[in-house]
Design a protein around this ligand. Sequence first.
Ligand SMILES: Cc1cc2nc3c(=O)[nH]c(=O)nc-3n(C[C@H](O)[C@H](O)[C@H](O)COP(=O)(O)OP(=O)(O)OC[C@H]3O[C@@H](n4cnc5c(N)ncnc54)[C@H](O)[C@@H]3O)c2cc1C
Length: 483
Amino acid sequence: MTNMFDVCIIGCGVIGAAAAFELSKYQASVLVLEKENDVAMGSSRANSAIIHAGYDPLPGTLMARLNVEGNAMAEDLCRDLDVPFKRIGSLVLAFSDAEKATLETLLDRGQRNGVPGLKILSAEEVLQMEPQVSPKVVAALYAPSAGIITPWEYTLAFAETAVLNGVELVRNAKVTAIQKGADGGYRITTTAGEFEARYVINAAGVHSGEIHEMVAPKTFTVKPNRGEYYVMDKAECFRANHVLFQCPNEDGKGVLVTPTMDHNLLVGPNAVGVEDGDRVNNTAEGMAFVRGKAELSVPGINYRNAIRNFAGIRANTDRDEFQISIAAERFIDLAGIKSPGLSSAPAIALEAMKLLSQCGFRPEKKAHPITTRKKVRFRYMNDQERRELILRQPQYGRVICRCETVTEGEILDAIHSPIPPCSVDGVKRRAGSGMGRCQGGFCGPRIVDILCRELHLDPLSVTQDGAGSRLLLKETKQVGDEF
Ligand SMILES: Cc1cc2nc3c(=O)[nH]c(=O)nc-3n(C[C@H](O)[C@H](O)[C@H](O)COP(=O)(O)OP(=O)(O)OC[C@H]3O[C@@H](n4cnc5c(N)ncnc54)[C@H](O)[C@@H]3O)c2cc1C
């Protein structure tokens, strides 16, 4: 038996989720198919978390326009959907006369792209704003509109709100084949069954080339490219007040040093072409490269304060452009969305609506779609707010994650959210538990307990982050065993 939808979106990274959110404001039946057990499992959870200003892409490209538009949309969206976002501004640091000339090029590009407030700062001005930057700095390009965000929360916020508006999300549903039906719609075969849709949106990230080729001749090649990072303890956060970039080169935007929304310091990435778009391992060479490059911008970072390493895979292609187009009849590519894809996501979603309309899909707007979301974030409340909250719901008075001050109430909110997590890391992405210095050493077992209690799970079935990551192998003690 198949289910017929108006639109099927393949992939629930930030691009698929933003498109689902936009479509959920209309009278349309929408299906999202995601191969992993959660949303934001591809590059949308492992990136630099910057809402770029937009001086980097070449003028006239889709990347330039959608970056600047997406950046402008971020503030209202993050306020409405309760996503952590701060416009802290960015500096591109120059350490030589040649790099200073690059700043002039970026300034010109940015002005042509419509980036507001750009200016070139002297070394003295830079060091006043950023005392930890290397004294060898000669100038910097300041972009006040650049911001930092929590990228998996951006994705979750879009996806959760879309689900509340009636979008159907099917996880663990890897698309393996797409065929054109007799009625002009598409029959989509997945590991979770067959589905039918009149229109298809390809938002499969690093796998978007494979999805494209299921219905249309090859027009681009995805060239996966890995970037590796250090996440530093909050003790290192004083080292940067803005996003500190280096001058871009043929390998990308260079190694950055930036505060995160949770007051950690992020250092990375490198840029290495890889064969396997799903292999997000760190390498000793990659991490040494990141340390060496970061030392040029911000000397003295104490890597004994590193609390985690991670890597993300860029969906680079053989073109220096997003692959956004009508690829076949009623089939839209939002493909090869490399950086600045996170920044551009809401604008890409509007672009998808335009392309759907060109394909003949013009649904009516819903009268009152849900466009807001609210979360309890105990750690950012004052004492008075905390007291009132605990009086109303005592579970907010029990701290489960001590490093990040995340309460049982917030873990319960996550478990019973519109897209319930099914792993310890799924709870982490929603509630922020396990993000701190001990990386879940203290709260991990308690979260397993709460997951089992709330979802009636067998503790042996709980995973850290999906298939292949079971936490417990067998019971070592039975009730009544002698100690
Ligand atoms: C190292 C790095 C740093 C970056 N830094 C920034 C930054 O600071 N700012 C910025 O704006 N952008 C940045 N980006 C780019 C940004 O992260 C991406 O552009 C964005 O996340 C792309 O989102 P997406 O939804 O297209 O892809 P993804 O997040 O990868 O989502 C694609 C989804 O499709 C699913 N999928 C794949 N194949 C199938 C299938 N067959 N069936 C069903 N589902 C499938 C995947 O599981 C995945 O969930 C960075 C990227 C990387 C890797």
